[in-house]
Design a protein around this ligand. Structure first.
Ligand code: C5P
Length: 406
């Protein structure tokens, strides 16, 4: 692949915020221009304290935008136009303050306003002192931004402006350009393909106020939807009750609550799908009878009769058509490989993604995951612990390679 030409002609909005690392943004701007991109710089008012707009306008060949209005002409800088113009938005360095504004929608400057208006992929390179970086507020805001489908270019560990050593250094400009090149170079291997994905938990009502469910957050399934859409697929995302917004791109979201609803939504759509990814944590059982009034406490033992829910993956596997690829997940506490393999065979899947419920920083709720992919020919591919957005990229890479080999 000729990496030099991948950014050729791409419209990149480079957002610079007020941090010491802003000096590195000059090099980043220069590298992007050198790679053939058209770069429009937006600086927050504070960023001007760290690097001058003259430097950036000279390097980018375009006037830098900071204010909603250009002072001498009164011309309005349209954040909507800029958001639509962009093929990518890169915010480097991203301070804790800008990250918080982006996570919560505080649109009080051109940069955050443009961020909220753009449909393009957004890359965020945080830079701050190690304690700010580790603060739960920052961790939560970055996790929120990630869950919205943004790409976080993790800060590196090293000496910081405060002379303390820790995590918080903005990633080097060369590396940021590489991330963009990898993103755009990935291509659109799933263009024209229909991908059906299940995500999140299911909720099984016991009475009007109580239910049975599990801790699935839906993050993995939503990351997969974002990844498939980024590669050109037409995605249908059948989601159980989760508090995640639909990622950008060609994604039709179908909200369901119970396993029966998920089963009906999936079986009605599976035949048209080229790829079906069953990522949902479907409740195995539901109450035989849902009480129409709140179940009263009477001090006695309460026995619930549970009946099995349909196995959606097995139903899709049973009706699998030629050329269709079916991917399942297995969350195991013990004998992972053996159990996952058995599930793949029983449900007639083409590959299964195993995650261990015992791994630290992985599985339900976590932002990261550690997976092993098992193919129907028995090949086992283990992966390192990484953010679910990157795990999604690994899974989709694997799906694409299976599609090419079939
Ligand atoms: O059998 P087990 O629940 O461990 O299998 C996990 C795989 O099967 C996952 O891909 C999950 O989404 C899918 N599944 C399903 N319907 C069920 C149970 C599991 O689609 N009722």
């Amino acid at each position: 692949m000729n990496y030099n030409s991948i950014l050729e002609g791409k419209h990149i909005v480079l957002g610079i915020t007020g941090g010491i690392a802003a000096y590195k943004s000059a090099a980043l701007c220069r590298l992007m221009v050198k790679a053939g991109a058209q770069v429009q710089v937006i600086m927050t008012p504070n960023a001007r304290e760290f690097i001058t707009p003259v430097t950036l306008s000279t390097l980018s060949g375009r006037p830098v935008i900071t204010e909603f209005f250009t002072a001498n002409t009164g011309q309005w800088n349209s954040h909507v136009d800029l958001g639509l113009w962009a093929d990518a938005m890169v915010i480097a360095p991203a301070t804790a303050s800008t990250i918080a504004k982006m996570a919560t929608g505080v649109a009080d400057n051109m940069l955050v306003t443009s961020y909220l208006s753009t449909r393009a992929p957004v890359f965020i390179a945080p830079a701050m002192d190690l304690d700010m970086m580790a603060h739960p507020t920052t961790v939560r805001n970055l996790s929120l931004l990630r869950s919205y489908g943004n790409h976080i270019i993790e800060a590196a560990t090293g000496e910081l402006a405060s002379h303390l050593t820790g995590k918080g250094r903005m990633e080097e400009p060369e590396r940021i350009v590489k991330v963009l090149e990898e993103y755009f170079g990935t291509g659109r291997e799933l263009a024209g393909k229909r991908v059906l994905i299940t995500a999140g938990p299911t909720v099984e009502k016991l009475d009007p106020v109580r239910y049975l469910s599990n801790f699935s957050s839906g993050k993995m399934g939503f990351a997969l939807a974002a990844q498939c859409a980024a590669r050109g697929a037409n995605v249908t995302l059948v989601a159980g009750p989760v508090s995640l917004s639909t990622p950008a791109g060609q994604i039709e979201r179908v909200n369901v609550t119970s396993a029966l609803e998920m089963h009906d939504a999936v079986t009605a759509r599976a035949a048209r799908a080229d790829v079906v990814i069953l990522c949902a944590a479907v409740a195995d059982y539901r109450a035989e009878q849902t009480a129409s009034s709140k179940i009263k406490r009477d001090g006695n033992v309460l026995t619930l009769t549970l009946v099995p829910n349909p196995d959606i993956a097995a139903a899709v596997g049973r009706d699998k058509r030629d050329g269709q690829l079916i991917v399942g997940f297995a969350l195991e506490t013990d004998n992972g490989l053996e159990n996952a393999r058995a599930k793949m065979v029983r449900k007639k899947l083409d590959m299964i993604v195993l995650n261990s419920a015992r791994e630290p920083n992985a599985g339900f709720q976590a932002d990261n995951n550690t997976i092993t992919i098992i193919d129907s020919d028995g090949t086992v591919t283990p992966y390192d612990n990484k953010p679910k957005t990157d795990v999604a990229a690994d899974i989709v890479d694997h799906i694409v390679s299976l599609m090419h080999n079939s």
